[in-house]
Write a protein that binds this ligand. Structure first.
Ligand code: NDP
Ligand code: MN
Length: 384
């Protein structure tokens, strides 16, 4: 057996109403916190007010930083870190989807140092304020991993980074917070789970633990994704999607992502209006076709876990059935789209292909089939 190192130090709390434990959990770390959240969804659903009350009842002093946009920028992260430093808070709580959670981790690191967050791409971070994640989407897995993704608004670059000190201390995963997601957010974020499982399950860094998580996540997705999309209030479907998100988040923490994430980050970095999961939807089919030759066995296994019957199909046909199934899934969540539908301009494709290598090199490296810049451009053109 190859040497395998597994590490994930996060305490996870799952279940309906588990947000009510936030006060007792936070109190273990500090009596003054910075809540990092987005501009409107958590205010509208009442979750932010609820959290503020819970923290107040536990004797915790809260400051709210609600400036985080989808595809968060380095400027907003640096501004959040300034506030954390000024207020001298002892804990950062991320409340929202992947964007506020990623920002919470980045702010926790930056607040400890005296350099802009962008510098942490080159300078390893060794300490950070403690972070608690309270997740409101089922998608990124950011609630249970060390990664943070940020956009440089001047250049459009959108790299991911993650150091051991950035693991959240605890994750609060309460499906009641997720029922307010409108269908298009459920669709984009849920498809992100699917791509995490696919890329962690087929990547060069795959291992037995991440594969086990992925298989369970595939089963949960099969039973619940379209249901949660069609019935936003279905708490059973929301619960299972939240579990799938965490399983896939743990899987990518160990085994990384691949070419779809490598190409999607520069896309939504250059076009911040593109939702990460929608960008992945535009890239998935051509990327799966490109990877098929190295993934026949894995695709067959996934097809099996998604309940596709083999019948009399050859191995090649059965493996290909996963691509057909993915097309069907995208059609049923209204995300059967091409890059031009997302507003990407054709003459930007070479820049996007280039940045996949300069900002997401680790994901390119992890892809089961070797990709060079020309292949990446060809994939983008085929998806256009
Ligand atoms: P976002 O956090 O960007 O949220 C998307 C939209 O959904 C926002 O408009 C947000 O509103 C809204 N929203 C969030 N939760 C709810 C809710 N419960 N009810 C109603 N509306 C809601 O989406 P994602 O979770 O997809 O995060 C995407 C980001 O995460 C990207 O930057 C992506 O690159 C990154 N990412 C990180 C990974 C990691 O491992 N750390 C992995 C993959 C992606 P509002 O802004 O008002 O809160
Ligand atoms: Mn993702």
């Amino acid at each position: 057996m190859d040497i395998l190192n597994i590490y994930n130090p996060i305490k996870m709390h799952f279940g309906r109403g588990v947000i009510n434990e936030a006060g007792n959990i936070a109190k273990k770390y500090a009596d003054s916190v910075l809540i990092v959240t987005g501009k409107s969804s958590m205010q509208k659903s009442g979750t932010l007010d609820k959290l503020l009350k819970i923290l107040k009842n536990a004797g915790i002093d809260s400051t709210v930083f609600d400036k985080i946009t989808p595809n968060p920028t380095t400027d907003d992260i640096d501004a959040g870190a300034d506030i954390a430093r000024e207020k001298g808070v002892g804990l950062i709580i991320g409340l929202g989807g992947g964007s506020p959670l990623d920002s919470a981790k980045a702010i926790a690191v930056t607040a400890k140092g005296n350099i802009p967050v962008w510098n942490y791409l080159k300078t390893a971070a060794i300490e950070a304020l403690p972070v608690i994640t309270i997740v409101s989407t089922s998608g990124t897995g950011s609630e249970v991993n060390k990664y943070s993704v940020m956009t440089n608004p001047k250049t459009g670059e959108k790299p991911g980074f993650g150091y051991e000190c950035m693991y959240p201390k605890e994750a609060i995963i309460d499906p009641e917070i997720m029922v307010s997601m409108p269908p298009h957010v459920t669709a984009a974020t849920g498809f992100d789970i699917f791509v995490h499982t696919l890329e962690a399950f087929t990547g060069k860094m795959k291992n037995i633990f991440s594969s086990a998580y992925c298989m369970q996540a595939f089963c949960l997705l099969e039973d619940n994704f379209v249901r949660a999309y069609r019935e936003p209030q279905d708490l059973d479907a929301r619960s299972d999607m939240a579990l799938a998100s965490a399983l896939a988040g743990l899987a990518i923490d160990m085994s990384g992502v691949g070419i779809m994430h490598a190409l999607e980050h520069p896309m939504s970095g250059n076009y911040p209006n593109i939702a990460h999961g929608a960008g992945l939807a535009g890239l998935a089919i051509e990327s799966m076709k490109y990877n098929l030759k190295a993934c026949r066995r894995d695709f067959m296994l996934i097809a099996h876990h998604l309940g596709i019957k083999r019948m009399k199909r050859s191995e090649d046909e059965y493996a290909y059935s996963l691509i057909e199934k993915t097309e069907e899934m995208l059609a049923s969540i209204n995300l059967n789209i091409r890059l031009k539908d997302l507003g990407v301009e054709k003459d930007k494709l070479p820049k996007i292909a280039k940045e996949a290598f300069t900002t997401m090199g680790f994901a390119v490296q992890n892809n089961p089939v070797t990709v060079n810049e020309q292949d990446a451009l060809m994939l983008l053109e085929a998806s256009y």
